[in-house]
Design a protein around this ligand. Sequence first.
Ligand SMILES: Nc1ncnc2c1ncn2[C@@H]1O[C@H](COP(=O)(O)OP(=O)(O)O)[C@@H](O)[C@H]1O
Ligand SMILES: [Mg+2]
Length: 275
Amino acid sequence: MPTRTADGDRRGPRGGAARPQGPMVAVQGVDVTFRTKSRTVHALSGIDMTIEPGEFLSIAGPSGCGKSTLLRVIAGLTEPSAGQVTLRGTPVVGPRRDVGFVFQRAALLDWRTARSNILFQAEMRGLPKAWARKRADELIEMTGLTGFENAMPFELSGGMQQRVSLCRALLHEPDVLLMDEPFGALDALTRENMNVELRRVWEATGMTVVLVTHSVTEAVYLASRAIVMGPRPGRVIEEFTVDIPGHREYEPTLESPEFQRLSARVRELLGSGAD
Ligand SMILES: Nc1ncnc2c1ncn2[C@@H]1O[C@H](COP(=O)(O)OP(=O)(O)O)[C@@H](O)[C@H]1O
Ligand SMILES: [Mg+2]
């Protein structure tokens, strides 16, 4: 796991400096139009944003405003109709190795244990087996899965399954972790615990995260910066820096004036239906 040293630098386990020059992700003038037989959907319009190395960016917005499409464009899974995305300065023209993706559903392989599901990532990418096993064990420990390595998916709670999915997404040490409503299917308390865990993992590793979420609390609690999108066509309507420095204890953070001010503003922008 890359660890953050006292001077804020980030080094991979193989010793090299992992922090690139310039932004980690640059989205420039991205437009996406979907054309089907029956209709045309202008899903994203004029999206411009840069994401710095080590940032935790939350993206909130109503259903259908293009959040998933934006993540898919960054990951190289959807081609933009106009504009481009660069990752570490190189244009994204197809699926990238240096991205990790966590979806709302854990999508684990039923017939494999937790550990073997995590290692599936290494098999797909042809990574060295011994290195991958060591890395999987570190991630299992970091995400609190110790003791459940050999459990089958059906034996795991929704929260545990999502931890496995997070480990699988981090196995190959991606530069950027993209998460699309990863905790949307969990009950409120599990979701809260997962938020605290994810924040802890981010604080410990200094990885770059882009999280799409419906939840205002989740968006503001986790992020160093938050973006609110609006629909038809999907576009950025406001952007905030979440100026709550240091380690964020859950309850004290939620009670802090800065958290309350920002959440109220995000709720106002999202209108009714925001939770
Ligand atoms: N592959 C696709 N083909 C056609 N329309 C799509 C496709 N993917 C998304 N859309 C449409 O684009 C819009 C944005 O979708 P999406 O990015 O999934 O929004 P969100 O994740 O914010 O709910 C929606 O109107 C959706 O129906
Ligand atoms: Mg979506």
